[in-house]
Design a protein around this ligand. Structure first.
Ligand code: CA
Length: 220
């Protein structure tokens, strides 16, 4: 799950970035409205957290243009307490939700989970398939009832494959959805995490849950 945080106040931006990264999201940050629109054009985001009071292009305009360009992910506005009018306009422009500053990080995280559950049929809250149970709310994984302790990245990988069960997912697609823009596409990052994930999933079992299809990608 990839999130864009649009916020011009560095301290807030990096606090949100840190918090979401810890929970296993791939997080990019934009510091003004124009940068946000650029990044949303180049990358695929599941959710955008959008401060409304921004330099260059203000948040309401960013929201309007994102929807005009058919941005399909969720948008959460971060607004000042006083701006009821802005909130209403934002919702009219296609934002899904808003949070009034200052907010608790845990509330933002809960709103993001709620939005990603609502969006599209593929984003089931809990996936249960082939004896594998994945709960994205807690990042807990079980195989045949046995707990498997995964890092947030490993969980994100297996959850993404499970959402696309039966389809070979190319490495670039995993990199695009699960890592942020600082990931180097020429490194072994995906491979390394995939190897660890497989080792944990397969420990004590005879069959492999994830297969590699040469030239095509990984399939659950
Ligand atoms: Ca601001």
């Amino acid at each position: 799950m990839r999130v864009l945080v649009v916020e011009d106040e560095d301290a807030i931006a990096s606090a949100i970035e840190r918090g979401l990264t810890k929970q296993g999201y791939a997080v990019d940050v934009a510091h003004d409205g124009a940068e946000a629109l650029d990044k949303a054009t180049v990358n695929t985001y599941d959710v955008i957290c959008l401060d409304l009071n921004l330099p260059r292009v203000d948040g309401l305009e960013v929201c309007r243009r994102l929807r005009e360009d058919r941005f399909a992910g969720g948008i959460i506005m971060l607004t000042a307490r006083s701006s009821i009018r802005e909130r209403i306009e934002g919702l009219d422009y296609g934002a899904d939700d808003y949070l009034v500053k200052p907010f608790a990080f845990s509330e933002l995280a809960a709103r993001i989970r709620a939005i990603t559950r609502r969006e599209g049929g593929l984003r089931e809250p809990v996936i249960d398939t082939r004896g594998l149970e994945l709960d994205p709310n807690t990042n807990r994984a079980k195989r045949e009832g046995r707990d498997i302790h995964l890092t947030p990245k490993e969980f994100a990988l297996v959850y993404y494959l499970a959402r696309n069960e039966g389809r070979a997912v190319p490495q670039e697609e995993l990199l695009e959805h699960i890592w942020d823009e600082h990931a180097n596409p020429f490194t072994q990052t995906v491979k390394v995490h995939m190897n660890n994930l497989r080792r944990k999933l397969n420990e004590g079992f005879d069959d492999q849950l994830i297969e590699t299809i040469r030239g095509k990608g990984y399939v659950l």
